[in-house]
Design a protein around this ligand. Structure first.
Ligand SMILES: *Cc1c(COP(=O)(O)O)cnc(C)c1O
Length: 375
């Protein structure tokens, strides 16, 4: 799916030196590497503030709270995402309100948002799934009309664009994840909140430092959540290459698009206004579990993001939210194929050949009962 060692070997000396530098100066929390990284991220996104935290999950929690989300507030989001998105809403004492996804992009269906608003709704939390931006114009229009905050979950959309603007620069605050398999991954956990609003940035920093703006003076409940300096040093090196890596991902996606030719596998729709950064390359098929096994037998990894829509997860079942049919359909059909910048053209083509061959030769022999998926 993702060969992190292949990437390390392209910049081994630089990374080793960066880690050594931190070990030798013993500045493990905060310090120059963090300042430099926060500044570089502000430059990369063209935003005023960036605050490093310990994970993308903490970034979501801190950003939501800094935007004023608390007990019994409702936050609109998608059910088809990683648990961290909705979990962070609950962690603030608020309630995630799931809106079904668009069946072509698998992102939140912006047309369905307004009917889920109540007088408790305080924010919208769009997730740019797999690396494709949500239709942010609609999100921002709704937010303006009803005076809602917008917190973007950019964990999978680092460097992706929407009408020429980078995702993460449109809402009130946005959350980045540096989990190793993300577009810009570190060597452990890491995350960041970016924003143009000083008050939001200051509050995130305060929450992440035990609620203290001045040391040992705690004005609010906080947590301990920091991007450690070793990770910041690694990210300072990797950030230089991230645009090249995104170009490679787009090139690989092009190969997948032009070589997978089978009516049993369909692509997601990449909208024309979007510069998809392809954190994951996901296709749909009713024959998912057979295809997955077949790929694995041929030493090709694949992953299902995500096998269970969040409204059906035991932890959220009590919310009793129904009618999220596109999300439930997607959970049984999506499969993500290997995608990382160092993946060679010939290997991508080989994966395509396998997919084409299997579905034409083998599946013809299978009976498709009532057009249901064969799982
Ligand atoms: C990875 C991810 C997160 C959480 O990031 P961590 O750094 O792993 O805490 C949140 N939302 C989405 C959509 C993700 O993919």
């Amino acid at each position: 799916m993702c060969d992190l060692n292949a990437q390390y070997s392209t910049m081994k000396d630089e990374i080793d030196n960066a880690i050594n530098r931190v070990v030798h100066n013993s500045h493990f929390i905060g310090g120059i590497e963090n300042e430099k990284f926060e500044e570089s991220i502000c430059g990369y996104f063209g935003v005023n503030y960036a605050v490093g935290v310990a994970s993308g999950t903490d970034a979501l929690y801190c950003a939501l709270r800094a935007c004023g989300i608390g007990d019994d507030d409702e936050v609109i989001t998608t059910p088809f995402t990683f648990i961290a998105t909705a979990e962070s809403i609950s962690r603030c004492g608020a309630i995630p309100i799931f809106v079904d996804i668009d069946s072509d992009t698998l992102n939140i269906n912006v047309k369905l948002i307004e009917r889920k608003l109540t007088n408790k709704t305080k924010a919208i939390l769009p997730v740019h799934l797999y690396g494709q931006s949500v239709e942010m114009i609609h999100i921002m229009n709704i937010a303006k009309k009803y005076n809602l905050k917008v917190i973007e979950d950019c964990a999978q959309s680092f460097g992706a664009t929407y009408i020429g603007k980078k995702t993460g620069t449109i809402g009130n605050a946005s959350c980045l994840s540096f989990f190793p398999s993300k577009i810009l991954g570190c060597y452990g956990d890491g995350g960041m909140v970016i924003t143009n609003e000083k008050q939001v940035a200051d509050t995130v920093r305060q929450i992440a430092n035990h609620g203290a703006a001045v040391k040992y003076h705690h004005d609010m409940h906080g947590i301990n959540s920091r991007l450690d300096s070793v990770q910041a040093a690694i990210l300072n090196i990797k950030l230089k290459y991230v645009d090249e890596w995104i170009d490679s991902r787009r090139h690989i996606a092009d190969i997948y698009h032009s070589n997978i030719a089978n009516n049993k596998v369909s692509f997601l729709n990449t909208m024309k206004l979007n510069g998809n950064c392809y954190n994951y390359f996901t296709v749909r098929t009713k024959y998912r579990s057979k295809l997955k096994t077949y790929l694995s037998d041929n030493l090709i990894q694949s992953t299902v993001y995500y096998p269970l829509s969040l409204h059906l997860q035991p932890v959220f079942k009590g919310l009793k939210q129904f009618g999220l049919l596109n999300s439930e359909k997607a959970q049984s059909e999506v499969i993500s194929l290997p995608m990382y910048p160092e993946l060679s053209d010939s290997n991508v083509k080989l994966i395509c050949d396998h997919i084409n061959k299997y579905l034409t030769n083998r599946l013809q022999c299978d009976t498709l009962v009532n057009n249901k998926s064969i799982e």
